[in-house]
Write a protein that binds this ligand. Structure first.
Ligand code: FES
Ligand code: FES
Length: 182
């Protein structure tokens, strides 16, 4: 039996030590907000926090979690920063299909908790491991800026997709090649 601290609650699970945390969250505990994308730490869809740091739960054996606090998208709004990030996502109308967005929000919240006023370069570095097939990168960056500065931008003034969509597409294609699906 493994005891986990998830979103402030103690949860006991009877699972193999090497089961990835993502499987435990989704299939054993029923917290399905965290998504499966690639399963090989390449897309960021499965991002959760471990003691506040963003980690890829698809490649994290559950036994390696130990006593560290796990926060998922279901619990991130309990922190002041997480709540602001969620509100900014709504204000900026970031989401398109939504599949990647749990992971995006978790990475953004971890960044802003550690670095309340990140530069654009710091945003790019922190968010570079989170792929969005819908190309919501411009709005993601703007939402992070909103939390950092408190300044709101009207969402209708922003493009729906990254202007450099070729770069975004390239990210997706390299991801597909890694998967061997192309
Ligand atoms: S599912 Fe974990 S990084 Fe893609
Ligand atoms: S919103 Fe569709 S993959 Fe990101």
């Amino acid at each position: 039996m493994i005891v986990l601290n998830i979103n402030g609650e103690s949860r006991s699970v009877d699972v193999p030590d090497d089961m990835p945390l993502l499987w435990v969250l989704r299939d054993v505990i029923g917290l399905t907000g965290t998504k499966f994308g690639c399963g090989i730490a390449q897309c960021g869809a499965c991002t959760v926090h471990l003691d506040g740091a963003a980690v890829r739960s698809c490649v994290l054996p559950v036994a390696a979690v130990g006593t560290k606090a796990v926060t998922t998208i279901e619990g991130v709004g309990a922190s002041a920063v997480g709540k602001k990030v969620q509100q900014a996502w709504l204000d900026i109308e970031v989401v398109q299909c939504g599949y990647c967005q749990s992971g995006q929000i978790m990475s953004a919240a971890a960044l802003l908790a550690a670095t309340p006023e990140p530069s654009d370069a710091e945003i790019d570095v922190a968010m570079s491991g989170n792929i969005c097939r819908c190309g919501t990168y411009v709005r993601i960056r703007e939402a992070i800026r909103q939390v950092a500065t408190g300044q709101k931008v009207a969402p209708q003034t922003l493009p729906n997709e990254a202007p450099n969509q070729a770069a975004a597409t390239g990210q997706v294609l390299s991801f597909v090649r890694v998967e061997g699906v192309a």
